[in-house]
Write a protein that binds this ligand. Sequence first.
Ligand code: SF4
Length: 251
Amino acid sequence: MTTIARFTDTIPSLVNGLNFAEKVDRSLGLIREAYEEFGDRLVVANSLGKDSVVVWDLAKRVSPDIRGFIVTTRHKPAETVQFMREQVARYPELRVFQNDAPIPDDLPTTDPDLCCKILKVQPTRRAIEEMNVACWVTGLRCTEGRTRTDFKEIEERDEGLVKLNPILVWRELEVWQYIGLNQVPVNPLYAKGYRSLGCAPCTRITTDDNERAGRWIGTSKCGGECGIHTCPLKSVKGAGTEAVFEEGEGI
Ligand code: SF4
């Protein structure tokens, strides 16, 4: 990395020390400098959740030409599918990736880690490969829960693939503040009480303090990760399970 590597403040000091407007400016600066460096090879990963729509809106303010991808699964709630259709119709530069490989119906409950690897991680790898991504941009935030405290704003977990987390230091309140002030459309499931969105079999409404407590509730994966932020994204061939299910993947 070149110029954007100067953002070296500690994450807790940024979470607590910056006000809302300063965080917006910082996020825009991160995306702008990364876009200047990577150009069309900078791509936004849009999960259709509240954090993603904020990052997508920020990216569009930097350049309307910035591309994005959505990874969807056969288990997404109807509301999310409808919201996805609306977003893709509005932004044709958003590509959709999905793995249609045959898997057991009960895999979300019998082996959610494997299910996520097949339905989420593998299409993410496909997106990064097919869109020739050098820098992917995510809506990850460090205050979301126990699994998200150790990330950085700029990372390179896979060699040759920079990951930019431009709203890492935002709080949940500030995400909603941005959405309200900028009238950003959101998934209608939030109006029903969800705070973190995923596939239907693995997402519940909770009143827990932990923002991601409703994810994979009742399993050892509760509040955890699907794997796109923790698994390698550049090595696909010969990767065991991923390679086995590669054949059925579609877009
Ligand atoms: S969130 Fe649930 S249904 Fe979706 S891919 Fe992961 S385990 Fe499967």
